[in-house]
Design a protein around this ligand. Structure first.
Ligand SMILES: Nc1ncnc2c1ncn2[C@@H]1O[C@H](COP(=O)(O)OP(=O)(O)O)[C@@H](O)[C@H]1O
Ligand SMILES: [Mg+2]
Length: 354
């Protein structure tokens, strides 16, 4: 097990990506890590995805947004650090990309008004993951922040975000696109024939939209490919840490181990594993009181310790499958949900013990 502390690890990084299956506390942990780093004096940008309503309220995030807004850390001495956060707005982020990277406003309008674009920018699977990565790129490359923290979407394939930058490039690499954009006569002819057939099946308008979309997109695909490559470089660099968040249950540790393996397959290391919502640590009785009225307490004591022991076997099993020697952080289940700055500070003392 790594002897580094989690504080040291985070202090050393400029990008932190939190991965894990849904419901384990990924969004909450992201917010607590961001808050802690800001209080340590850094300028932090937090990209959250679907935060619980009350946590969003506590962070002053009352709506989806494109730009981070500054969060008031209160009177707490924070060494000049700043916390900025946004709740990722997938559709507007995509629109903004189109506007920013199109050759001129007319091209941007053609794409934004296109029905096919309207569909993919909202509904294509992987778009949310993809926009999270574009946002990461924008914030990390912009150079305005010391640390960018990205919460990842709770998709079924929790690593979809790794593949998502390829989503659009794959679409643009598609043979149909190439055929449509191809200049040779035979290809044009063949594709026109095909489009005629296609129109009969899905309707002429749909096909026209798709063709118009691809045509309008011309010249932009290289930029999209370059950025997705750059994101992969950022993720693989020493400046970035992947933090795996899991709870100590059999099913979630199996999923977390799978995630770690997928990261490893992409040459990405898990820098830390946060085991969240563990049985709180409490006294282990050595001498057992005999009086019968203690019996229910003793039973509860034994059951809770058995639970804690079982959690340890799940943790050990997960760690044995993570090859990268991660920092391990154990976080107890608090008595209440974490939905305000107080709760975040309280969780902070557990995630970053002194
Ligand atoms: N250590 C903890 N103790 C108590 N409640 C927690 C803890 N960690 C997370 N929670 C609560 O669990 C719920 C799910 O957390 P969330 O961060 O939204 O999970 P995820 O983003 O992984 O889906 C939230 O209500 C949050 O307040
Ligand atoms: Mg979440």
């Amino acid at each position: 097990m790594s002897t580094r502390s989690f504080v040291e690890l985070i202090a050393d990084k400029s990008i932190v990506v939190l991965a894990g299956t849904g419901g384990v506390g990924k969004t909450t942990t992201s917010a607590v890590v961001a808050l802690h780093a800001a209080k340590a004096g850094r300028k932090v940008a937090l990209v959250t995805i679907d935060p619980a309503k009350r946590l969003a309220d506590a962070l002053g995030l009352d709506e989806l947004s494109n730009e981070p807004s500054r969060i008031d850390l209160g009177a707490d001495g924070n060494d000049g650090g700043e916390l900025w956060a946004l709740m990722l707005d997938t559709k507007s982020t995509f629109d903004e990309l189109i506007t920013r990277y199109s050759a001129d406003p007319a091209q941007a309008q053609r794409i934004l008004n296109n029905d096919f674009y309207g569909n993919i920018s909202n509904a294509l699977s992987g778009t949310q993951e993809y926009m999270a990565m574009e946002k990461l790129y924008e914030l990390a490359e912009g150079g305005d922040y010391d640390l960018v923290i990205v919460d990842t979407p709770p998709s079924r394939n929790a690593l979809a975000f790794l593949d998502s930058p390829n989503m659009l490039t794959r679409l643009l690499d598609h043979w149909l696109y190439k055929a449509l954009m191809g200049s040779t006569r035979t290809i044009m002819k063949a594709s026109q024939l095909l489009l005629k057939q296609l129109s009969k099946v899905v309707g002429g308008e749909v096909v026209e939209d798709v063709v118009a979309f691809f045509q309008a997109f011309e010249g932009m695909e290289d930029g999209f490919k370059e950025r997705s490559q750059r994101v992969m470089e950022l993720l693989a660099s020493d400046a970035c840490a992947f933090v795996l968040v899991a709870s100590a249950r059999r099913d979630t540790t199996i999923e977390a181990a799978y995630l770690a393996r997928q990261l490893a397959d992409n040459d990405l290391d898990v820098a830390a594993v946060v085991m969240n919502r563990l049985q709180p640590d409490f006294v282990r009785l050595n001498r057992r009181p005999r009086a019968p009225e203690y019996e229910p307490f003793l039973r509860a004591h034994d059951e809770l310790h058995a639970l804690a022991d079982r959690e340890e076997t799940h943790i050990a099993s997960l760690l044995s499958q993570v090859e990268s020697d991660p920092v391990v952080v154990r976080v107890p289940l608090l008595a209440t949900d974490v939905h305000d700055l107080d709760g975040m500070n309280q969780l902070g003392t557990k995630i970053f013990p002194n």
